[in-house]
Design a protein around this ligand. Structure first.
Ligand code: R5P
Length: 293
């Protein structure tokens, strides 16, 4: 087995290879003066089983096109099987045609990955689990929530409580709550499909008076979802707010916004490299690969 750490996930790819004690083939990557990507594999891959690690966080389009180039080329160069580990799966949030005429980007990307030659696909906390049904190849979603739960279990939380800031996947809060040995709940979030503005409401009343709350989500993009949750928690008398997410997309001043709202700690995985990527996905990937591939 050979691990190829793609340009957008070099560190994570190297960590995974080290944990698995597998060979690494590095890629030479340059950007042409006009912004286009050049990529070259530095060693032979003929007949090999290759695992490529390339996230598609910002800049999404560049990272995606590089991923497609690498998949296609590995196949052209004779790799026997290519598994694409895409820690953050870009464009997944546009998973339906919510308004007439909209593109359904998630399905188009899935199609492109398959056409480029991926034999297997692994991602983390995919925005909507139903997207896995659109893959014709084997597609696996792993959750980083146990790692996030373990991370926050090292803090001395007073009467912890876990909150998911929307109704999409309360299961994530449940996993973290189980590790912290506490209750959990979630909010209902409504998005204006035209302006993108969001409103959040309590789903079912919960008590967080003087409690430390861990808010967990798949993605922090603008941070507005988390800010709404913090406001609701403050109104209900919560003490300290800890925020954990899998994918730190961090658009438009998200961190400042969340810190200003009152979060004590903000942590994420290295699905995308960022200043808050304090939790590595590498052990989870390595243990999955050891068992499954
Ligand atoms: C989608 O609803 C996701 O679960 C996240 O809650 C969302 O992507 C976060 O976006 P933002 O940080 O821009 O509010």
């Amino acid at each position: 087995m050979i691990i190829v750490p793609g340009p957008s996930s070099r560190e994570l790819g190297y960590k995974i290879a080290q944990l698995l004690n597998e060979k690494i083939i590095s890629v030479e990557q340059k950007t042409f003066p006009d912004g286009e990507s050049y990529i070259r594999f530095t060693e032979e891959v003929k007949g090999e089983e290759v695992i490529i690690v390339q996230t598609t966080g910002p800049p999404q389009d560049t990272n995606l096109i590089q991923l497609l180039f690498m998949l296609r080329t590995l196949k052209e160069l004779g790799a026997q099987k290519v598994t694409a580990i895409v820690p953050y799966f870009a464009y997944a949030r546009q998973d339906e045609r919510y308004r007439p005429g909209e593109i359904v980007s998630a399905k188009i990307i899935i199609d492109l990955l398959e056409k480029a030659g991926a034999d297997e696909f692994i991602t983390f906390d995919i925005h909507n689990l139903k997207l896995l049904e659109h893959f014709k190849i084997k597609a696996i979603n792993l959750t980083a929530m146990p790692l996030i739960g373990e991370f926050f279990s090292k803090f001395k939380l007073r009467e912890p409580f876990v909150l998911a800031p929307d109704q999409e996947n309360p299961k994530r809060a449940e996993i973290v709550a189980k590790i912290l040995g506490c209750d959990y709940s979630w909010l209902d979030k409504f998005r204006d499909r035209v302006t993108g503005e969001i409103k959040s409401e309590i789903h079912e009343d919960f008590d967080v008076m003087d409690k430390d709350v861990v808010i967990v989500d798949d993605i922090i993009s603008t941070g507005k979802t988390i800010v709404n949750a913090i406001k609701i928690l403050k109104d209900k008398g919560a003490k300290d707010m800890y925020v954990g997410c899998t994918h730190p997309v961090l658009a438009q001043g998200a961190l400042e916004r969340i810190t200003r709202a009152g979060a004590k700690v903000i942590a994420a995985t290295d699905s995308i490299n960022s200043s808050i990527s304090k939790i590595s996905l590498a052990p989870l990937v390595a243990s999955y690969i050891r068992k499954a591939i």
